[in-house]
Design a protein around this ligand. Structure first.
Ligand code: MET
Ligand SMILES: [Zn+2]
Ligand SMILES: [Zn+2]
Length: 425
């Protein structure tokens, strides 16, 4: 096979075909197909010679666990996690159907919902293990690979159940790797914390009346005042980041995702009636450094004050603190011996590593960190635009294949790490 050509210019690699096969399962919410990808991954895992177990902590929501036993299984093991599910895609706004995994012969881009988030790593883990096995490598520590459901809707029936199980405890984990985010530059990105999501719903009520009247305290007026206050807060946070005082992931983000009011009519809305109820929904993300109680206070006093006939609901999507009450952060200094092993593995793979970051979005690592297990977020995608949850999500074949090489270094280094004393967390 000619190696001077880019992968998309030669007959398609079987590795790429497996990636595309995995991408073609429609795992989008609200009805993700879990059975088919789990059976596909199972057969790939068996062909590599991994042990396979499936758990259903919640019926119909499988957790697939693959195991490559180490020569010293009494040492804490390493887990490589990814999620099976995807967010939906607005198909008519995509250049190629989101579950077709179109592979462009021109530039090697593979288009699919999940190409970056996060089916790439799900296949890369397996291909890296396949290659390591073929090279004769034997891990010292046991390596586990897990595929979990429902991450995109909060992970409550997935990782949250998994980490509470006796099966999870029996894994005796020393370290977890999970998804990260693409890097637009040639530096790899690694994440030591996530922001925690809150779904905030604010509701206003007010006197209804004729659409022509000017009077005080309508539901819409109450709601829109709050929207203005929240927009100002959003600006202050954004300005801190724009001024370079913090990364975007180090401030609180609040983004309106819906506004709901009006009295429906067959042609739209009744226009000459002022509605008596109005509601807005926001995606709020809190960095681990922020005090959630101060945010709660702000919401109740400024964003949805009872004095303006407002109520609110905060739906906390997961834990904010670990089992000892500490913010969910993994150390990236000498206090965490895994850190330098990981860092060295990237360097050995010929990669450059950006300073560790807080992830702007949220992953299942918060459930692992909650248990006191160190976890890094990492998806080896350099020179790639950040397209998670966007239209035309893609990953270039060459980037995907390089990621497998990177994981060969990462998996072999982490699983060979000898240090006997375990990090005390
Ligand atoms: C609703 S929990 C968060 C799930 C998803 N990974 C996100 O960051 O949006
Ligand atoms: Zn993801
Ligand atoms: Zn996602």
């Amino acid at each position: 096979k000619k190696t001077s050509l880019e992968p998309h210019q030669v007959e398609e690699d079987t590795t790429i075909s497996r990636f595309r096969q995995y991408l073609r399962f429609n795992t989008a919410h609200p009805n993700p197909n879990y059975a088919a990808p789990v059976s596909f991954l199972t057969s790939v895992a068996l062909s590599i010679g991994l042990q396979v177990k499936t758990f259903e902590f919640v019926p119909g929501k499988p957790v697939l666990l693959l195991t490559w036993k180490g020569s010293n299984p009494s040492l804490p093991s390493v887990l490589f996690n990814s999620h099976l599910d995807s967010v939906p895609a607005e198909e008519d706004k995509w250049s190629h159907p989101p579950f077709s995994a179109f592979h462009s012969p021109e530039d090697g881009k593979i288009y699919a919902r999940g190409a970056q988030d996060d089916k790439c790593i799900g296949i890369q883990y397996l291909e890296a293990i396949r290659n390591l096995k073929a090279s004769g490598f034997k891990p010292l520590r046991t390596v586990h690979v897990s595929y979990v459901p429902d991450e995109e809707i909060g992970g409550f029936d997935g990782s949250a159940e998994f980490v509470k199980s006796k099966e999870f405890e029996a894994l005796n984990l020393g370290l977890v790797l999970d998804e990260g985010q693409a890097s637009p530059t040639d530096e790899f990105r690694v994440f030591y914390a996530d922001r925690s999501p809150w779904h905030l719903i604010i509701r206003a009520i007010g006197a209804p009346g004729h659409g022509s009247r000017l009077y005080d305290n309508t539901a819409m007026e109450n709601l829109m005042q709050s929207v203005e206050i929240i927009t100002k807060f959003r600006e202050t946070q954004f300005d801190v980041a724009k001024a370079g005082h913090a990364a975007l992931s180090e401030v609180v983000s609040v983004n309106a995702v819906y506004l709901k009011s009006g009295i429906p009519s067959p042609t739209g809305f009744v226009m000459n009636m002022q509605p008596s109820e109005a509601e807005a929904g926001f995606d709020v993300r809190l960095p681990p450094t922020v005090d959630p109680n101060l945010m709660r206070e702000k919401i109740s006093k400024e964003w949805a004050p009872a004095s303006r006939n407002m109520t609110y609901e905060i739906i906390e999507k997961g834990p904010l603190r670990d089992y000892k009450g500490r913010p969910l952060m993994t150390a990236t200094d000498d206090s965490n011996p895994w850190w330098s092993v990981f860092e060295q593995a990237i360097i050995a793979a010929g990669g450059k590593l950006k300073k560790p970051e807080i992830l702007a979005s949220t992953t299942d690592t918060r459930f692992m960190r909650q248990m006191g297990i160190p976890a890094f977020g990492f998806s080896p995608m350099t020179n790639t635009p950040i397209l998670l949850h966007d239209h035309d999500e893609f990953l270039k074949d060459t980037v995907f294949l390089r990621g497998i090489k990177v994981y060969e270094f990462v998996i072999s280094s982490l699983s060979s790490f000898e240090e006997a004393s375990q990090q005390k967390l």
